[in-house]
Design a protein around this ligand. Sequence first.
Ligand code: ACO
Length: 428
Amino acid sequence: MSEAILNLEDKSYRLPVVEGTEKERAIDISALRDMTGYITLDTGYQNTGSCMSSITYIDGEKGILRYRGYPIEQLAERGSFTETCFLLMYGELPKDEERKAFSAKLTESSMIHEDMVRFFDGFPSTAHPMAILSTMVNALSVYYPYFYTDDFMSQTFDTMATRLISKIRTIAAYSYKHSIGKPFVYPKHDLRYCGNFLHMMFDSPVKPYEIHPEIEKALNVLLILHADHEQNCSTSTVRLVGSSMVNLYSSICAGICALWGPLHGGANQHVIEMLEDIKDEGVSIREYMERAKDKSNKFKLFGFGHRVYKNYDPRAKILKEHCTVLINKFGIREPLIDIALELEDAVLHDDYFVERKLYPNIDFYSGILYRAMGIPTDMYPVMFAIGRMPGWIAQWKEMHDTVPFKIGRPRQIYTGKTLRDYVDMDRR
Ligand code: ACO
């Protein structure tokens, strides 16, 4: 095994180097503080591996993304979302019998408790669906309680996991219906995962919804592309919260909250709002780009840049192709597509963005596809959460299966006042 040598205050320390199956290497510093009294400092965790994981592999320089070894391009073209859920959680693609059993479990779990349905009445119709989603997912722990025991993984995990994957789409569709003041549409047992979601979203007693295979396929692709992305902000949140041994629902609820932010899964909503601004308000593409370059504000060009991808985001490439297919098939006239293409081109030829390797990410094109499907803008982060659910669950399970198990607890370098005495009120 190779080692790294650390020279510190006249002493030399040997630190083991660990290597992954794709030759990624890390210096194992788990004994650093005990050995040296030092900790490491890495704000934003750009150089910190929080775990060893066998779920998702990314090579950001080459634009590679694989789930359990399978390239994302093949899964998106030939697989389904439910197969991908199974793959992420259990490590292998399901055999036919396993797929049928898994689908049957998803179908059985698709309804939500009728008492819980009444919760929706308590939310104002203006509530953001991400707030509703996180609340309802946490509330599942009230209606479907469980206790974490040693045999949890063998006895209860499957039920919890299928429940979450299935119910999230029902909760999502109900939150949309609530926001537009229309009656809830119950899931149908003869529909597949994505078709059932579209049915609950768009069917109505006065206007039945026809499920187009192209839209069902595009939704499958979208969810597959979002299904996991190793240790991103929301997944790390699920792991960190879950490491306290709180229940799975609450861990996932925390992940949904982390995902909502505009720098993460909330970016897709902001991309469309930005494109609309450019169309309606006459804010030019150049003005937006200049604002994003200006370091005196925190504004970023939504849909561009990625912590890991420094060449291109393979998911954005797949989505761009699907956008074109769907828009041509349904003859959708979408001026935002032209603006998006113009913006992408301007960014790819601008020194600031080129030097910093800022390319379109998955959120740049996902919003346009959702829009073509008729999904409203504030539901985009919710769609992301539906897709990410199997990844969160798989990562949570992997963490709990790892021995030795440790609660997540980073350290800090304190920069506040040093010791001083309390000052009485009349002397302040
Ligand atoms: N617009 C303008 N400048 C940017 C952008 C952007 N979208 N993204 C990064 N930069 C700049 C940074 O300000 C930094 O500039 P500096 O070197 O002059 O200080 C430089 O590029 C390097 O930034 P990174 O180190 O790559 O940024 P980081 O890894 O910290 O952040 C992030 C990645 C959050 C995705 C960032 O690119 C961003 O905010 N993008 C816009 C929001 C977005 O689209 N988020 C979705 C990401 S994909 C996902 O979560 C599914």
